[in-house]
Design a protein. Sequence first.
Length: 161
Amino acid sequence: MTRIHALADVQSTDIGADTQVWQFTVVLKGARIGAQCNINAHCFIENDVVIGDQVTVKCGNYLWDGLRVADRVFIGPNVTFTNDMYPRSKQYPGEFPQTVLEEGASIGGGATILPGLTIGAGALVGAGSVVTRSVPANAVVAGNPARVIRYLTPGAPATAA
């Protein structure tokens, strides 16, 4: 059973079974959210956003047009996604570049992800990182700009080095 908090503003009807949307979250009409997701409080999800199954979106995230989130992705608190490399007030691109978070990727709290990048399957973006280039599958990246610091064994837990 999908659970939408009474204080959420959910305009989309394309939300999978057993998904929870918490208070003070806005989901626009065109957004698609998969099954068994947990969308925490104080989030905003635009129209051209697709979220897979078993995704966790922690508090304080704004998911802008062009974002594609695969299954089992974790988005930590207050991650900043951008969708326009050259933003100007009241000037919009014909279409926004797609930013892709592949299956099982994890984004640490406070990270910034520039538009049009791919975060590879199983990759881990460290908290506070500024991601300016696509991240390979199973890579751990950290810093500003984010750089690969090691690789994870697929399927293994991401324990401290």
